[in-house]
Design a protein around this ligand. Structure first.
Ligand code: CLF
Ligand code: SF4
Length: 496
């Protein structure tokens, strides 16, 4: 019997992957690039296999795969000046209350319901809203139960590191392959400005002593994970005037201890959050300040630049949150796992990914060669996308823009800019357009699938060109063409 035709847009709602599905159906997979050929040249094949479907550990995977967090770990053993307990863990989320804290049993129900409906789901993370290692029994119970139901889901956790060394051997046994430690300092003097107290060995510690202990435990935990081959990502919150310069030192320390990735996250701080930093007026970095620090860190520990600072109960592709579709009230008591959508999605994506990677590779090589031969500068491009590596979102509907830099190093993903969407109920709002233009500070070009004359003209007046000429094309392919044009080179000739 013939298999029914499966397309990505039939599997994924509300994401519209029309063009993507067409390519996959037509067998458009380029033979030279199918499968896992995306592997960076300097990466071991075994490591690539472990990250290629993890949306946080692989920038390329985040166009296709989703994570979900379950908020089973509310207790925390330290106090960060950017957090209060009513809010999500700022380690791994933006401030905002978790909609519902879950017991491990409730969490398993929710995970199964999400896996049945979100075919992109590949990773289950526990990221608070407190600390996953301090609230260990619930973390462990959730992971133990879910691997019996969905054996192929990747397990991932995030911790402040204080209790981590006590659980590393269990993490090995449980096959937890991805761990994030939030490390904001390696100098306790700086730590004392970030952490007023910690709770360790049944005692509350304050001041330098607290930060020294936290630092030692974080380093020990990282070393233990590295020795055991667990992939460890370090999240650091960039706090201007407190640890921004110091993060250069942090990067060296974590690289020397085997960290796989370093993710610099901007402090999110506002008085209404009620945090110490919010109330004392400590500001977060501007997008270009964050980028400047990340650029200075190039060459150290490998950087993650596509983090979205998710909530501790986030569901979906990075940059989207479908959590409200899966509240406990909406999930039947007796939900059982149906792997069909996830399996079908993976088959389609494997084909699509091959084509995308071939197009990306050509464009990156061409931009490198143009950049080198012309002594050309860089082009900063903001892209409206719903995923799949394509330009497939209207300017007016975008809630964020992915930012790419084209230049002598090729085409690199360098971050994202969150915005209020411009088009509300079919009408553009001038106030939000002004906000968007402000958030696009430093951007040369906007690529989207559709844009109206009015926003295009306003962007132009602000020195930003916008075009929908590449609607549904692959992102890097379009950027390559624009880069060639900007530097007066014929793209086709440069490809050769
Ligand atoms: Fe969650 Fe963190 Fe695992 Fe990812 S998030 S526990 S590694 S599955 Fe990812 Fe979200 Fe950034 Fe975290 S985008 S906040 S880095
Ligand atoms: Fe908040 Fe997370 Fe810090 Fe604990 S570790 S205080 S939950 S940000």
């Amino acid at each position: 019997m013939n298999q029914p035709l499966i397309t990505l847009d039939s599997l994924i709602e509300p994401i519209d992957f029309d063009a993507l599905a067409k390519t996959a159906q037509s067998g458009g997979c380029s033979t030279s690039s199918c499968g896992s050929s995306a592997k960076p040249d300097d990466m071991d094949a075994g490591v690539w296999d472990r990250i290629k479907d993890h949306p946080c550990y692989s920038e390329e995977a985040h166009h296709y795969f989703a994570r979900m967090h379950v908020a089973v770990a509310p207790a925390c053993n330290i106090q960060c000046n950017y957090c209060i307990r009513n809010y999500d863990c700022a380690n791994e989320s933006r401030p905002g209350v978790v909609s519902e804290k879950l017991t491990p049993d409730q969490a398993v129900r929710k995970i199964i319901a999400v896996a049945n409906e979100v075919p992109q789901l590949s990773v289950l993370g526990i990221a608070g809203p407190g600390d996953s290692c301090y609230d260990w029994k619930k973390t462990r119970a959730t992971f133990d139960a879910i691997v019996k139901e969905i054996p192929d889901i990747k397990l991932c956790l995030s911790t402040n590191g204080l209790a981590l060394p006590d659980h590393v051997d269990e993490l090995m046994e449980m096959n937890v392959d991805h761990v994030t430690i939030t490390i904001n300092m390696v100098d306790p003097e700086i730590g004392a400005k970030i952490y007023p107290w910690i709770f360790y060995q049944n005692k509350r510690w304050t001041g330098l002593e607290a930060s020294k202990l936290l630092h030692e435990r974080q380093m020990l935990g990282l070393e233990m994970l590295s020795t055991r081959g667990i992939l460890t990502k370090i999240n650091s919150v960039m706090i201007p005037g407190i640890n921004d310069e110091h993060l250069l030192e942090v990067n060296k320390w974590v690289k020397a201890r085997g960290a796989f990735l370093h993710n610099i996250m901007p402090l999110i701080s506002a008085a209404e959050h009620g945090t110490h930093f919010g109330l004392t007026g400590q500001r977060g970095p501007k997008p270009m300040e964050l980028k400047a620090l990340q650029d200075r860190l190039e060459g150290g520990a490998k950087l993650m630049r596509h983090c979205r600072q998710c909530r501790a109960d986030a569901v979906g592709l990075l940059g989207e949150d479908r959590g409200q579709e899966f509240t406990l009230q909406q999930i039947p008591e007796d939900v059982s796992y149906d792997p069909s959508k996830r399996e079908a999605y993976r088959d389609v994506v494997a084909k699509e990914r091959g084509d995308q990677l071939a197009a990306k590779s050509d464009a990156v090589d061409t931009v490198k060669s143009i950049g080198t031969s012309t002594g050309g500068g860089s082009l900063l491009v903001a892209v409206a996308t719903k995923g799949g590596g394509r330009i497939n979102e209207h300017f007016g509907h975008a809630k964020e823009f992915q930012v790419y830099e084209a230049g002598r190093k090729g085409i690199q993903f360098v971050g994202h800019r969150k915005v209020e969407n411009y088009c509300m109920g079919g009408f553009g709002e001038d106030a939000s357009l002004e906000g968007i233009i402000e958030m696009l500070d430093g951007i040369d070009l906007v690529l989207c699938s559709k844009i109206g004359d009015c926003p295009e003209a306003m962007l132009k007046a602000a020195g930003i060109r916008a075009t929908d000429a590449y609607a549904f094309d692959y992102i890097e392919a379009a950027i390559g063409r624009e880069y060639a044009e900007a530097f007066g080179v014929e793209f086709e000739a440069a490809v050769a």
